[in-house]
Write a protein that binds this ligand. Sequence first.
Ligand code: HEC
Ligand code: HEC
Ligand code: HEC
Ligand code: HEC
Ligand code: HEC
Length: 263
Amino acid sequence: MLVLLLSGGQAIAVGPADTAKQAASEYQRARYSAIHFKPAISGASNADCLACHAEVLKPTLRERSPAGVKASDSKAWYQQMTTYQGGQDTFHRRHLETKFARTTMSLQCTTCHEGHDPRDEHPLSSATSQREGGFRLRKSVVPETSCLKCHGQMNTAVMGLPGPWRTSREMFQNDCLTCHAAIRTNRHQVNYLKADAIEAAGKGNGDVCYGCHGGRAWYRTTYPYPRHAWPGMADETPDWAKGRPTESEARFLTGDRAKGQSK
Ligand code: HEC
Ligand code: HEC
Ligand code: HEC
Ligand code: HEC
Ligand code: HEC
């Protein structure tokens, strides 16, 4: 670049460097690698992505803010759950690397990142950003589904609870299973959750369940969960549940259910 400036923009022969690898085009090639787009991204493993993006899982937190506040002294409200362990950590590590994350979840990069669009994706910047379900930014994460599922409000109205969980939980010994041992028992059969481990951890400790169902709610809305049939379910569908899917999203199905879906 400096050479071009000095030469008034004219390319000059630079000898052997011509045959050396071009850093810029390698970067562009990686950036537009087919793996970032559909369909290739759907088959990508975490290892495939981490080959280039290893930094997203590296612990990179400052111990102190530039103003001197210690990270360990500034715990937010959502970091007071009894399941919260260890020091402050990054967003990606909290979902993929912490003890709680590893015990209850098996999130993949592609659970959240569904593939780039070569066009700009911020609002109103291009035709594609205006389509239904647009507004994903370049990370191509859809918050309505990717985040709301585990960070929405607890739908206490459909549960018939007398009030929000923080005021009614005493009544149920802080245990969701007082009801959920028999209600909506066909749950968490998706490839990004560890269904059995969740049940084991949630036994007698509603904080485990509440953490994904209201305890860390960034949203004021609730997520309309699919309503899987369960043994003992009434034949009649309540009004609030009419129109709800009865199966998890196809791309998250596991085992025989996944096979049944593939064409
Ligand atoms: C061959 C290397 C390579 C592989 C493999 C790769 N990426 Fe990338 N990725 C890049 C480069 C280079 C960029 C551009 C970074 C920039 O603009 O700063 C990028 C950009 C991104 C961005 C946008 C970042 C931003 O700030 O806008 C996301 C998200 C992303 N990659 C996710 C993934 C995921 C998920 C996978 C696996 C399916 C993956 N990448 C595989 C090299 C790679
Ligand atoms: C829980 C959903 C989720 C998972 C799982 C996830 N990401 Fe992200 N990723 C996001 C969100 C949301 C952002 C935007 C964060 C921001 O802008 O601060 C992001 C940002 C990124 C970026 C842009 C750089 C950055 O740090 O902001 C890259 C690259 C990336 N993710 C790669 C990956 C890879 C590789 C994996 C798998 C190892 C992965 N992500 C797993 C949601 C996720
Ligand atoms: C499958 C469930 C799940 C999904 C999907 C999910 N999260 Fe989380 N999230 C969690 C759990 C569990 C924790 C607590 C992890 C812990 O305590 O180590 C958490 C913690 C967080 C935290 C707090 C991190 C901290 O330092 O304490 C933020 C912020 C967050 N999630 C944002 C998001 C966003 C944004 C998305 C969507 C891109 C998202 N989450 C998707 C389950 C999920
Ligand atoms: C008083 C009994 C009771 C308690 C306690 C209870 N639930 Fe529920 N829950 C229900 C009932 C009833 C439904 C609706 C069943 C149906 O689909 O007809 C429900 C539905 C749900 C749903 C699905 C909501 C939807 O919109 O589809 C989730 C998620 C859930 N409960 C999580 C929890 C969690 C987490 C706790 C503990 C923090 C908890 N519940 C405590 C009775 C209860
Ligand atoms: C790591 C996050 C996480 C934890 C912990 C968790 N859930 Fe869930 N739960 C989810 C997600 C995500 C779904 C939606 C899955 C899908 O799309 O099928 C869900 C769905 C449900 C449903 C709807 C069932 C149906 O019909 O499909 C109920 C009820 C429920 N959870 C109750 C609980 C209870 C009770 C516990 C504790 C024993 C618990 N959850 C712990 C994330 C979590």
